[in-house]
Design a protein around this ligand. Sequence first.
Ligand SMILES: Cc1ncc(COP(=O)(O)O)c(C=O)c1O
Length: 414
Amino acid sequence: MTGEDLPRVAGPVPGPASRGWVDRLARHECPAITARRARRAEALGVADTDPIVWVESRGSNVRDADGNVFVDLVAGFGVASVGHRHPRVVAAGQAQLGVLPHAMGDVYPDPNRIRLLEALARHTGLPQAILGSSGSDAVEAALKTARVASGRDGVVAFTGAYHGLSYGALAVTGYKAGAFQAPFAGQLGPHVRRRPFGGDLGPMDGVGAVLVEPIQGRGGVRVPPPGWLAGLRAACDAAGAVLIFDEVFVGFGRTGRWFAHQHEGVVPDLLCLGKGMAAGFPISACVGRREVMEAWGASRGEALHTQTFLGNPVGCAMAAACIQVIEDEALVERSAELGAWLAERLAAFGPVRGRGLMLGLELPDALGVSRRLLERGFITLPAGEGAEVLQLSPPLTVARAQLDAFLDTLGEVL
Ligand SMILES: Cc1ncc(COP(=O)(O)O)c(C=O)c1O
C-alpha cells in the first residue's frame, strides 16, 4: 500500500477472515459496541452489515484482514489528518517510546509536553491548555474551567451537537439525545439549556458557558448562518459567560483554515481539540485564554483537574510532529483547495454542506449508500440525526486520483 492506492476488493465484504475476527469479538465485547450482521442488512439492500477488521493503514488506505484495500474517506473519524501512519509522526512516536513512554501527569512533566503546549499556543493564539486523552476529556476540561471562571452553573448547548459520551459531555450532547441520553437522564443534571443550532440564544441569566461546534460534524456537517458565531460571542461578552468552541472534529486544517472559527474571525475563550491532533494517538486539549485558565488558581500540590496519562510523552511527541507536518506540507491550504474542488464535483449528486475537506452530501439513503460504497472499497459514514448526509472527511493528504475514483463509484452506486 502506498497510501495513494485505489481500492482493491476481491470477494465479499466483509470476507471470511474479518468475519472470523468479528465472531470472536462478539464473545468478549459488550454487545452495545460493535454492530453485527443482519441487523439492518435487508433494509439497506446490502448483503451484510458486519464490519471489516482493519489490520494495516497507510496514508488514505486501510487494509482489512482479508487483504482488501480500502480508501478511507473519513480519516478514521477524522483522526488521520496527515494520513494514517505518517512517517514523521510514527518516527516521533517510536523514538519517544524507546526513551520515555510515560511521565507523571501533573506531578512530573517531560519536555515533549512543554513543546506541544508551546505549539498549541502558537497555532491557536490561546496561551494555556489542559491536555487530555479524548475529545470528551477536552470538553469536560472546558466545562469545568468555564464553571470555575464564571461562577455559574448554566450551560447553553445546541440541537444536533455531539460533544462525546462521558457524563459531562453527554449532558451537553444533543445529537440523538433520545438514544444517547435517555437511559442516563436522571444522572445528567439540570444545568443544560438546549437551543436551536443557528437559532436564537434565548435568556442568559445564570448561564456561565455557551458550548458550540463552529461546524457540526456528527450532527450532519452543519454550517451555521454567517454572523451567528459572532452573535454568540457578543451575547457571552454581555452576560459574562465563557464561549467554548468544540473543534475536536474540525480543528487542525480540516475545514481549510487551521481552526474552523477563523472563517468567521470569532475568537473563543476556550477551544476543544482532539482527533486529528496527533493522527493516531489518543490525545486532546482544551486550550484557552490566560484569564480564564487562571481562574483555577495555582496548584498547591493536588491538581484539581488531572488524569494518570495527562500529557503522555509519546502522544505529545506525535502531536507536535503532526502539527509540524500540517504546517510543512501546507495541508491547511490543500484542504481548502481540494475541498472546494470536491464540493463542486459532489454537487452533481445532491446538496453539499461543509467547508474544506469537511463535507456532507445530502442523500435520501446515506446509510445504504455508505454500505454499498464499502463493498466497492470506499469508507464513508452517514451523519446527521436522520442519517441524511454522507460524510466525507478524508485525510488532508488524500490523492486527487482517489477522489476521482470515488466520484466515479458514487455515480455508479447511486
Ligand atoms: C465535535 C466533537 N466533540 C467531541 C467528540 C468526542 O470525542 P471522543 O470520541 O474522542 O471522546 C467528538 C467525537 O466525535 C466530536 O466530533
